[in-house]
Design a protein around this ligand. Structure first.
Ligand SMILES: [Zn+2]
Length: 58
């Protein structure tokens, strides 16, 4: 995975499984410190992830 901002390959990748077995990945670029989330190959905002968790915990 290359960083979409600086194109460096020094990117940390961590997998998370949300409630309902929704798999997301967190990325962190060591070069420019950009952070982003991926769900099924598409960019997802962290607010959407929090919403999924919030709805699952009702
Ligand atoms: Zn970067």
């Amino acid at each position: 995975m290359d960083c979409p901002r600086c194109s460096q390959e020094d990117v940390l990748e961590i997998e998370h499984v949300l409630p309902d077995d929704i798999e997301v990945r967190f990325f962190f670029c060591h070069n420019c410190e950009r952070k982003w989330w991926d769900k099924g190959g598409e960019y997802i905002d962290v607010a959407q992830i929090l919403e999924i968790v919030r709805q699952a915990s009702r």
